[in-house]
Design a protein around this ligand. Structure first.
Ligand SMILES: Cc1cc2nc3c(=O)[nH]c(=O)nc-3n(C[C@H](O)[C@H](O)[C@H](O)COP(=O)(O)OP(=O)(O)OC[C@H]3O[C@@H](n4cnc5c(N)ncnc54)[C@H](O)[C@@H]3O)c2cc1C
Ligand SMILES: *[C@@H]1O[C@H](CO)[C@@H](O)[C@H](O)[C@H]1NC(C)=O
Ligand SMILES: *[C@@H]1O[C@H](CO)[C@@H](O)[C@H](O)[C@H]1NC(C)=O
Ligand SMILES: *[C@@H]1O[C@H](CO)[C@@H](O)[C@H](O)[C@H]1NC(C)=O
Ligand SMILES: *[C@@H]1O[C@H](CO)[C@@H](O)[C@H](O)[C@H]1NC(C)=O
Length: 435
């Protein structure tokens, strides 16, 4: 049976889902809408790992992702003068073994989004070349839903350009602050679903200097401020600013994210101008940058991943926060399972959505967790004070140095990988998962 499906958001999850769904069900009509007038390619290095690897391999886009990888050499903690306090290299003298600080697949978010988008379009072309006449894939930019009403067998949607259309299913892939989630589930559930880490982050790029090598660098400034740079083998230097462990600033920055971009930048500049290290350069670069992105860090935990014919995908449904490094991988797992279950249950969309909700619970349980502890236990309560150990742990976690952490004292228990992805005919991942 072919369906009319609307995907809201062309970030990572939207295009990846469109790609996978076409693979199992080429006869669906898929429309992807994106609020921005082009692909939104901002963002910094993001990870592709665990099940994300076989999934993208099955999609046939792993070579493109590999080619886009950023290569980092190590990480250094620096003081206010930029002097290295501690360094972690690729080859650790301590263990005599080489281990890579960063993940196998570290890719700039913009490159990742482009690869997913191109992949979804190439899949359509492949279907048409092989004589597929039914089904379609349409991207509409600068488009949002201004209104949507659930009916017995679907959703009546009004778009921002005034057009109206009926869909059998709406897939909300509109990110951490999903408007579709809020409208569908209501303000109350929406607010409760967001578990803040009490941390705010801003990310942007500045020109690389000759003196920049390919190590990541982290500096902890007083007042719960942290600055990280990552350059790798890129012509740009990524700057990450974090505010943490400061209640007043936390409250203040909640409202900063709603300000116009220029004012947001000004707030960040005021907060970091005296943070030492190369802050003059970073604040100058902040003024110039065109790819500034800031948010409150937290996780989304929804009691249910769908309501009627609206289903949540990716960060919209289960943002794990950047500190887990699992956002993109989880959105791929979700895309894979949702596409697979829709195909498996054919006419019964309700059953497919329920199966998706249930099958997502084990990977969510596993990957939304920090340090193997509880979801909220990651951010130690303030009475513990700011200790260097915490800082180091925190910094390492943001780089996802799993192996290093294991070695440093077994904070991250080696959990048996007891969860296996379901297998679907049509999503030829069987041999791919047996790496
Ligand atoms: C600009 C940007 C920068 C990011 N930078 C980082 C980073 O540096 N590190 C990190 O770990 N994670 C980052 N993320 C989050 C990361 O992309 C996700 O965790 C992960 O890839 C899952 O992707 P997603 O598609 O679910 O959400 P997202 O990648 O957030 O994509 C959501 C998409 O939906 C669009 N959208 C939002 N609202 C609407 C609407 N109402 N109608 C239509 N479209 C809408 C957005 O413009 C966006 O294109 C960033 C996200 C964005 C949008
Ligand atoms: C898909 O689109 C085609 C072309 O517009 C249309 O003929 C067909 O009925 C649509 N299918 C569904 C399920 O809406
Ligand atoms: C580190 O990465 C390099 C290059 O990708 C690879 O050849 C090497 O095997 C990796 N080392 C470890 C210990 O994973
Ligand atoms: C975006 O859409 C709005 C409303 O449909 C329209 O007024 C505006 O001109 C569009 N902008 C671009 C850049 O296409
Ligand atoms: C910012 O832009 C100005 C004017 O274009 C330029 O002179 C300056 O070098 C830029 N600074 C950085 C850090 O890129």
């Amino acid at each position: 049976m072919s369906l009319n499906i609307l995907v809201v958001g062309a970030g990572c999850a939207g295009p990846a889902f469109a790609h996978l769904l076409q693979k199992v069900s080429p006869s669906h009509n898929i429309t992807v809408i994106e609020r921005f007038s082009s692909l939104r390619t901002g963002g910094q290095q993001i990870d592709l790992k665990s099940q994300g690897v076989p999934i993208t391999k099955g999609m046939g886009i792993l070579p493109e992702l590999k080619a886009a990888c950023v290569h980092e050499t190590g990480m250094q903690l620096v003081d206010k003068n930029g002097k290295s306090l501690m360094g972690f290299g690729i080859n650790s003298a301590a263990t005599g073994q080489g281990f890579n600080l960063t993940n196998e697949y570290e890719i700039m978010r913009g490159d990742m989004v482009n690869v997913f988008y191109d992949g979804s379009i190439a899949e359509r072309q492949k279907i048409e070349k092989n004589g597929g006449k039914e089904g379609s894939l349409t991207y509409k930019f600068n488009t949002t839903m201004t209104q949507f009403t659930q009916t017995e067998n679907g959703v009546d949607v009004t778009f921002s350009n005034g057009e109206k259309q009926h869909f059998d299913l709406v897939v909300a892939a509109d990110g951490q602050n999903s408007r579709t989630r809020r409208t569908t589930f209501g303000d109350d559930i929406n607010e409760k679903s967001f578990r803040t880490l009490g941390i705010h982050g801003a990310y942007y790029n500045i020109p690389r200097l000759e003196s920049d090598d390919s190590d990541a660098r982290i500096h902890f400034a007083p007042g719960g401020r942290m600055i990280m740079t990552r350059t790798g083998d890129r012509p740009i230097t990524q700057v990450y600013l974090f505010i943490m462990r400061d209640k007043a600033r936390h409250e203040h920055f909640k409202s900063v994210h709603k300000l116009p971009l220029d004012q947001q930048k000004e707030e960040w500049a005021n907060t970091f101008k005296d943070a030492g290290w190369q802050c003059d350069r970073f604040m100058e670069g902040l003024k110039n940058t065109t790819d500034f992105y800031a948010h409150e860090l937290g996780q989304v935990h929804m009691p249910k991943l769908y309501s009627g014919r609206v289903v949540l995908l990716g960060d919209a449904g289960y943002c794990p926060s950047p500190f887990t490094g699992m956002g993109t991988t989880l959105s791929l797992i979700g895309s894979y399972i949702l596409a697979g279950e829709l195909a498996k249950h054919d006419k019964n969309i309700e059953a497919a959505l329920q199966a998706y909700h249930e099958l997502m619970q084990p990977p969510l349980e596993k990957y939304q967790r920090f340090f193997g502890g509880s979801n909220t236990g990651f951010y130690p309560s303030s009475q513990l004070g700011i200790t260097v150990t915490n800082h180091v742990l925190w910094a390492l976690s943001s780089l996802r140095v799993d192996k290093l952490m294991l070695w440093m004292g077994g904070w991250l228990p080696a959990k048996k990988d007891d969860w296996k992805m379901p297998v679907y005919p049509g999503l030829s991942l069987v041999e791919d998962t047996k790496e």
